[in-house]
Ligand binder design. Sequence first.
Ligand code: RM4
Ligand code: MN
Ligand code: MN
Length: 399
Amino acid sequence: MNDSEVKKVHQALDSFQIETPSWGFADTGTRFGKFLQDAAAIDIKDKLADAGQVHAFTGFCPTVAVHILWDFPEDQSPSEIAKLAQKYGVRIGAINPNLFQDQIYKYGSICNRDQSARAAAIDHLLASADLATQIGSELIAIWLADGSNYPGQANIRWRKSAMVDALHKLHEKLNPNQQMLVEYKPFEPAFYHTDLGDWGMAYIVCKEVGPKARVLVDTGHHYASQNIEQIVAWLLDTGMLGGFHFNDRRYADDDLTFASIDPYQAFRIFHEILYFDWETGHTPRIPYMIDQSHIDKPKIEAMIQTAVIAQELYAKAALVDHEKLAKHQKANEQIDAEECLRSAFFSDIRPVVLEWRQRHNVPMDPLAAFRESGYEARVAKERKLRRADLGLVGSGSYA
Ligand code: RM4
Ligand code: MN
Ligand code: MN
């Protein structure tokens, strides 16, 4: 690697940050049950403390996404939670409203034909905007579980207009610095139709809702052979890319570790972003967020591993020779163009990443350093006792 390549990678890494999800530190599972871990976070304080560890050992995970119903208990004010984050060296990032858990949402939230369910959902969205403003969060990330299970059950067009109407109300509540990120998903929990089934639907809804709405790409929410980097390229070109939820999938919404199944796909996504950046001279502010459910991996280690994997792939993507690539593309030299990607992807960028860590005063091997710190064993002991005190007994049962 020559000096200018090294510089390019350093520059890219300096601007690369990843947001961790509060729910990724707690016990989560599949619909069949949960396997509990003593060290898993019990409450928001634990989640922020654990996120603080990830940031301390990696140096580029300074914000934490939160889920309203799971993370804001009634006896704690939002500003207390923001202060708590500060205490652990992190900030609150995206706010995620919860429109899927309550019994009233059996047939949907903002797309429900039942006026009272819809009104409750809209109230919750507006309350989420207030909360975001109160704690200085600029992002509201919306994932709807809305959809239907059987053909004929739903008037799909009616539901679309109800959705646009509700999201428009939220949009009007946002201040100029805030954005709403609209996430799509082809199926689950609904198995016949999902009201926001793909990026095109999310794009149309954002356009109808207003300029503060953008599309959120969850890498796990695509059909098996879908070309995600093309979606990303189109969203970049239209100024509609709102951010990412990172995870990987083998079958459906598996929530596996980002790039664990297909690292080349993750690399190609980063490449499209950096290529856009080079070509347009415009660096979009892209919130990169992890959205994973570590069912059986230790939570904090899994989060550090994910962040490091993403950082390495981003560094590799930064190594692509854009001038050369553009030249080969223009001349239809497909083999040479492809080689531009392959040679960056297969380069060993770890020495540059190590240099970056040294410059930023973070451990050379974040995972090993975290393990040596003994944090996990310490909190496991304390949280196990606290769980017993609180009378929290886990259950792995499905029915
Ligand atoms: C969904 C989606 C959302 C996440 C929920 C819990 O599949 O990815 O982003 O908040 O799961
Ligand atoms: Mn997601
Ligand atoms: Mn998901």
